[in-house]
Design a binder for this molecule. Structure first.
Ligand SMILES: O=C(O)CCC(=O)C(=O)O
Ligand SMILES: [Fe+2]
Length: 190
């Protein structure tokens, strides 16, 4: 079993000009919050900036701890629609990450919170600078990475979160920013 079967990469999902224009718009429009948080009385700094947008009634523990839920902007709705149409799947939330330069990163994790259900299906769109997306198997020493360039859509199949951890490592040489959108489907409790 390799991670490749559980990852699908669609390059140029948006072409270079579209990706560049979306990147610039998001950078200006997102009204990025401060990345200093206080959780249970402890202060910490997230090594990137984030916003969280969801349909009404959607609650996600990660975001409840760290982020306010925002509504969909017209631009985020348009992107969601294009991805949903392409994948024939509907999402109800998106986590937007801004890596201001190569010093910003996300550490090893799996997106397997209970609210994403048994089979978390995640679509991730990269805009701006190219960054390395690294993955490593939870039980074996298998590991690998792929470069995600602007306009690339990465689809993480449910089993990817079960078997692998992923991260965006620091790239100290890099001065440009990157925005990543991970579209998710939070399960609404009945
Ligand atoms: O920036 C990326 O490509 C990955 C972001 C990520 O793993 C996440 O938001 O859970
Ligand atoms: Fe992730």
């Amino acid at each position: 079993m390799t991670a490749n079967k559980e990852l699908r990469v669609i390059e140029h999902f948006y072409d270079a000009a579209e990706s560049d224009s979306i990147y610039r718009r998001l950078l200006l429009e997102q009204n990025w919050p401060d990345n200093r948080y206080s959780v249970a009385g402890r202060e910490f700094m997230l090594p990137r900036l984030q916003t969280w947008h969801a349909d009404p009634g959607i609650s996600y523990s990660y975001s409840n701890n760290l982020l306010q839920t925002r509504s969909w902007t017209p631009l985020l709705s348009d992107i969601r629609q294009k991805i949903e149409h392409f994948l024939n799947f509907s999402f109800n939330s998106v986590l937007v990450n801004l890596y201001r330069n190569g010093e910003d990163y996300v550490g090893w994790h799996a997106d397997n919170e209970a609210e994403l259900g048994e089979r978390p299906f995640i679509a991730s769109l990269t805009l701006g600078a190219t960054r390395r997306f690294a993955f490593r198997h939870k039980k074996t020493a298998e590991n690998g990475s792929i470069l995600l360039g602007s306009g690339t859509l990465l689809v993480m199949q449910p089993d990817f979160q079960h078997h692998w951890l992923h991260s965006i490592p620091i790239d100290s040489e890099l001065t440009q920013g990157r925005i990543n959108l991970t579209f998710r489907k939070v399960i609404v409790p009945k």
